[in-house]
Structures are given as structure tokens and as C-alpha cells.
Design a protein. Structure first.
Length: 97
């Protein structure tokens, strides 16, 4: 049974980078917003683009109900040095990376 992604507040995607570091992708469907959190401060446009592609794929596969998932999404990198203008307050920096 498919979940109603468009009605969810947050969808969390743990992301492993090279088997040595974890980051977090967060999709906010109601706001059409995707955020990538990295405590080392690295932005990841490829990850943001892939998450956007996944949400658009899900929208297409859901027909009329998924129309709100289609189109462009706002994307933000969030880290100790937020690299996206307007991104939320920065997160703590990981010192052992």
C-alpha cells in the first residue's frame, strides 16, 4: 500500500558517504522543499537532485493524487557553513571528520 507522501510533514533519508560519513536528506512535501544536512559542511547538489527526481517519479506513478509532487522543488544545503542562501540556522560542526 502506498503512503500519501504529499500529506507527510517530513520524510527522512539517511545517506552514507563513502562508508565513512552519514548525512541526512529531509523532504518536506507540503512545502516542496528538500534539505541536505551535513555536519562536515559539504553540500551535495547531486543528492538534492536525486531526491527531487525520486519525488517527481513518485508523483508521476501516483497519477492525479501525485500531481503536487511534480515540478521544481526548492533545495537547500544545511551545515556548519550553510551554503544555500535562506537556509535554516547552521548545525554543529563535526570535529573528528
Amino acid at each position: 500500500r502506498k503512503k500519501l507522501l504529499e500529506k507527510m510533514d517530513h520524510i527522512f533519508f539517511p545517506i552514507n558517504i563513502s562508508n565513512s560519513h552519514w548525512c541526512l536528506g529531509v523532504v518536506l512535501p507540503k512545502l516542496k522543499l528538500i534539505r541536505y544536512y551535513d555536519s562536515l559542511g559539504g553540500g551535495n547538489q547531486e543528492c538534492l537532485d536525486r531526491l527531487e527526481g525520486y519525488m517527481q517519479y513518485e508523483g508521476r506513478s501516483r497519477g492525479e493524487k501525485g500531481k503536487c509532487l511534480l515540478g521544481a522543488w526548492k533545495k537547500e544545503n544545511v551545515g556548519p557553513r550553510a551554503s544555500t542562501a535562506g537556509a535554516p540556522d547552521t548545525i554543529p560542526r563535526q570535529l573528528d571528520g
